[in-house]
Design a protein around this ligand. Structure first.
Ligand SMILES: Cc1cc2nc3c(=O)[nH]c(=O)nc-3n(C[C@H](O)[C@H](O)[C@H](O)COP(=O)(O)OP(=O)(O)OC[C@H]3O[C@@H](n4cnc5c(N)ncnc54)[C@H](O)[C@@H]3O)c2cc1C
Length: 383
């Protein structure tokens, strides 16, 4: 049985606030201080993965018996908030990696757990989630990647696009169509017929190392099926997307808080018309909106955490609502942050231009704003 690394066992003994404080310091140094450079380089350094893993962050959804450092829903949310505060790209590493590890922990066979979970917890294997395709994004039930059954294997062909961390992932959770049913398969990077093409120059999440997967008649043994053929969408894909949405909702709170903190600092330093910006009432109006939205988004995320902790079925809608609100809140906060910083907000000396680009992406990934609106409205009519 894998042993917890020393740093992780020490961390597990700390109280929740002490643990959070420790992780915040690690994240500020290892991620926040370098986030602008990651954005410019369009990649994260390999050493960062080991650093995050050593602190247990990559094993947050892996049971301890497989070498993970599991945390409760609230603690995981706070981790996403703290990473989102530092870097949206690194947040997306945590998002997709935990989507894959949570899927294996929840739906995987004993053999899948034994093979992959210790490696995911230690960061030796990075997991990526491959649903989107050139022709399909929101309409996930209509994925075109084909998964044909032949004897004991699935023959997989198709293209997956916009896959975060595809450039370095060694394990992909690939969503395809098998005889009309949405199906999830684990596909290792070294599978013959799989090639990965990097995608560069994204608007935001620029260090998320996106890639496009080409699957050409890949032979995937049936032991790599996650869940069952009959419940692939309802169970596996639904729960994986819910997991990703939860992580991004909290990450939006972190990024919105970063926008707010940047503006609090800036408006106390910059003067116009003989007054600090913070004295101008129109600036105060933006600040008041930002403060209120950050607080409201955090409360919605906390509500989703509370329902998750109790296994309440309402957690799915609470998470969708939190993600919708938090993504809108961060888009508005980042927009105001650039405005308040004026030309400085558009230059590279201040981070708010990165926040602005990343905030836009938050409204597209893990269910776009429109997809959440549809879900929330439909749910409302169920009364
Ligand atoms: C930085 C980044 C990272 C990503 N990482 C991943 C990843 O790791 N794995 C992965 O699988 N995918 C990933 N994606 C893809 C992402 O999940 C999709 O972009 C998203 O699901 C939206 O799909 P789409 O872009 O194809 O838009 P479409 O589905 O084509 O929609 C286009 C627009 O129309 C709107 N729209 C669609 N249908 C309706 C409707 N019925 N009513 C009203 N409006 C509608 C949408 O909200 C959207 O604004 C990533 C994308 C980005 C930008």
């Amino acid at each position: 049985m894998p042993k917890l690394p020393e740093a992780m066992s020490m961390l597990a003994e700390k109280s929740a606030p002490a643990r959070r404080q420790h992780l915040r310091e690690v994240i500020a140094k290892a991620v926040g201080a370098q986030a602008g450079q990651f954005d410019l380089d369009q990649k994260i350094p390999a050493g960062l993965i080991a650093e995050l893993a050593a602190e247990g962050m990559l094993g947050a959804h892996v049971p301890a018996e497989y070498g993970g450092a599991p945390v409760d829903a609230r603690q995981f949310g706070e981790l996403c908030e703290d990473i989102g505060y530092a870097s949206a790209s690194v947040l997306s590493l945590l998002t997709v990696h935990t989507m894959v590890s949570a899927a294996i922990a929840k739906w995987g066979s004993a053999a899948q757990k034994d093979r992959w979970l210790p490696r995911l917890a230690s960061g030796a294997t990075i997991g990526a989630f491959a649903l989107s395709e050139p022709n399909v994004g929101s309409d996930a039930k209509n994925v075109e990647t084909s998964m044909r059954r032949e004897g004991d294997a699935f023959i997989v062909s198709g293209t997956k696009k916009w896959i975060s961390f595809a450039q370095i992932a060694q394990l992909f959770l690939v969503i395809g169509n098998c005889e009309g049913r949405v199906t999830a398969l684990l596909v290792a990077r070294d599978t013959p017929g799989l090639t990965v093409e990097p995608i560069h120059d994204m608007l935001g999440f620029r260090a998320a190392m996106l890639g496009q997967l080409h699957l050409d008649e890949c032979v995937i043994g049936k032991e790599n099926l996650i869940g069952s053929l009959d419940f692939g969408y309802a169970q596996v894909v639904g729960s994986v997307l819910d997991q990703g949405r939860y992580c991004i909702a909290w990450g939006c709170v972190g990024l919105a808080q970063a926008c707010l903190d940047a503006c609090l600092d800036y408006t106390e330093q910059r003067q116009t018309f003989g007054q600090y910006l913070k004295e101008h009432q129109l600036v105060q109006r933006s600040m008041a909106d930002m403060i209120t939205n950050v607080q409201a988004a955090r409360l919605l995320c906390e509500d989703a955490a509370r329902l998750r902790a109790g296994g309440d079925p309402g957690m799915i809608m609470a998470t969708a609502t939190a993600k919708y609100f938090a993504a809108r809140a961060v888009e508005s906060a980042a927009n105001d942050a650039v405005q308040i910083h004026g030309a400085n907000g558009c230059g590279s000396e201040y981070p708010v231009q990165r926040y602005f680009r990343d905030a836009k992406i938050m409204n597209i990934i893990e269910g776009s704003a429109q997809m959440q609106q549809i879900l929330i409205a439909q749910h409302g009519y169920r009364r």
